[in-house]
Design a protein around this ligand. Sequence first.
Ligand code: TRP
Length: 339
Amino acid sequence: MARKRVMSGMRVTGTLHIGHWLGVLSNWVRLQEEHDCFFALADWHMLTTGAADTSKIRENTRGMLLDWLAVGVDPEKATVYVQSAVPEIAELALLLGMITPVPWLQRNPTVKEQIQDLHLDEERVGYGLLGYPVLQAADILVMLGQSVPVGRDQLPHLELSRDIARRFNALYAPLFPEPEGLLTETPLVVGLDGRKMSKSYGNDIRLGASAEDIASKVMAAITDPARQRRHDPGHPEVCTIYALWHLFKSPGVERVAYDCRLGTLGCVDDKRQLASSIEELIAPIRERREKFARDPERLDAILANGNARARKAAMATMEQVRSAMRLNDFSAASPALPA
Ligand code: TRP
């Protein structure tokens, strides 16, 4: 199989949860074995809703890098970099903004959802947030990304990236591939309350969670509401705990469903077992995370190296973009920079 150019990224928010891992990162880890992968820590995207408080941005960028490394993203195989360390992305976003009609952006359901989730006042939606998908298109296109492994909620953004790429190619020169989204088998992970797992709902289990955190979160989860007493027959298909069991595809899943339906497995025991399965899964991740966290110099080196590689690729693309748009005709006439 030819090596594909894979590009993806995550907004630098807080730490990640098992939904990010099972839904997206597991795909990255698999893809890095066979493809040419670029993974961006998207700090500018964080600013689209969080520009008023940037006090945590560095800490969160490093925290997210730790999570990636802990689940097995390998900077020897993939290029891992910070978005803001590659200014060519901003240049491309600006240029793509010139060919992106505003109604394309206003229709975007992901941005609409974000406005709702964060209870943003429509009046206060910034130019940056409206342009979120243009910046994302720039992320992808500057790396000539063909495949974009993301969660299902990102598919509308990718459609826009394709529309923008197509328009650029038609207007100037066929430079950009039309990037395709790539989902995992479990693109949407349920949280402990049955809604999608999300930090903003507080229904998540973080990748760095301690055994106690995991247990207390799982024990508080909602199960089958029809099950009042210990021996009532349960309905796994409506139970959040069962949905989580299912995610792990552990061989015990069928047994859990069977015993629950019979009423021989009570919810409390079921939860205890699930908590210990999750703990088994997370313990090695937590340990790797802690190991990397103790070595800040190594993290700096990983980013310095990744940033340089990403920048090199982005600069090569931008040479072509400027020339396709005839923007660099005057560069030879530019005066030398003052010393
Ligand atoms: N919007 C993505 C998210 O919220 C993050 C992201 C930024 C991204 N740039 C990207 C995803 C480029 C894929 C490709 O998760």
